[in-house]
Write a protein that binds this ligand. Structure first.
Ligand code: CTP
Ligand code: MG
Length: 248
């Protein structure tokens, strides 16, 4: 029998983007849904997961005062720090990893999840599946099979390729790995000037095998106005079935 894995679980929450596709004039994570900001919905759900022992919120410089005020008011038990992010999501996550290194309970084998601040309908079972996937496989992220056929096209609009849909997945977050290899991969890719759009891509580029586990259709990223309306509708339609399974 394998020994029990008591490694701590930390979550980095990148929320330092500008939300340009939302066209709201402010960071989409500061928009309100049912009387509270998007980032509060996200952190509420991460903070009450029974395995999570620390959280870092990564904010844009321009939003830092607003995010710090929210953090002070909400006083989430597991929130460790609010820090400033960088020019890309990759830079923001790297700043989060560097800040996490100072946490007294962060060790090389600690489990680190990265979860987009804009995915405010994250459910406890998806978080648990990703944690289990990291314990088992080292690197893991939440994903869903793509619904539509995906085509690769040239700049002038001609189709180059139609990949086999049964092998294609749309990535969600959480995604993560153990602290030491995740930090090393982020440092290496950033130093090499390779800018990647998700955490698994950083680990793949550094040569690690990565494993996919099931995401959740509700765990979409608020990107456009329609996403905001869908999230509102889901929140208005009452508790989610999986919420009942893990008590806060
Ligand atoms: N993010 C970040 N730092 C950046 C860019 C993005 O922390 N420099 C965060 C976003 O705040 C978001 C997540 O990464 O929670 C995923 O990014 P995305 O949905 O693309 O958000 P934005 O970049 O803000 O939106 P857009 O691309 O429409 O401008
Ligand atoms: Mg973006």
């Amino acid at each position: 029998m394998k020994p029990a894995d008591h490694a701590n679980v930390f979550v980095l929450v990148p929320a330092a983007g500008s939300g340009s596709r939302m066209q709201a004039g402010i960071n989409k994570q500061l928009l309100e849904l049912q009387g509270q900001t998007v980032i509060e919905h996200t952190i509420d759900r991460l903070d009450r997961h029974p395995d999570v022992s620390g959280l870092i919120l990564i904010a844009a410089e321009i939003d830092l005062t607003a995010m710090e005020a929210i953090a002070k008011r909400r006083a989430w038990p597991h929130l460790y720090r609010v820090i400033t992010g960088g020019a890309t999501r990759q830079h923001s996550v790297l700043s989060g990893l560097q800040a996490l290194a100072a946490h007294p309970d962060c060790h090389d084998d600690s489990i680190v999840l990265v979860h987009d601040g804009a995915r405010c309908l994250i459910d406890p079972l998806t978080i648990s599946r990703v944690i289990a996937g990291i314990r088992e496989h080292g690197v893991c992220g939440a994903a869903l099979p793509v619904r539509d056929t995906i085509k690769k096209a040239s700049d002038d609009g001609y189709v180059i390729e139609t990949p086999d849909r049964s092998r294609l997945f749309a990535m969600q977050t959480p995604q993560g790995a153990r602290f030491a290899p995740l930090l090393a991969a982020y440092q290496a890719m950033t130093a090499a000037g390779r800018i990647l759009t998700d955490d698994l891509a950083v680990m793949e580029a550094a040569g690690h095998p990565v494993f996919l586990t099931a995401g959740n259709e509700r765990n979409f990223k608020l990107t456009t106005r329609l996403d905001l309306q869908m999230a509102q509708w889901i929140l208005n339609s009452g508790p989610e079935p999986s919420d009942a399974l893990i008590k806060s």
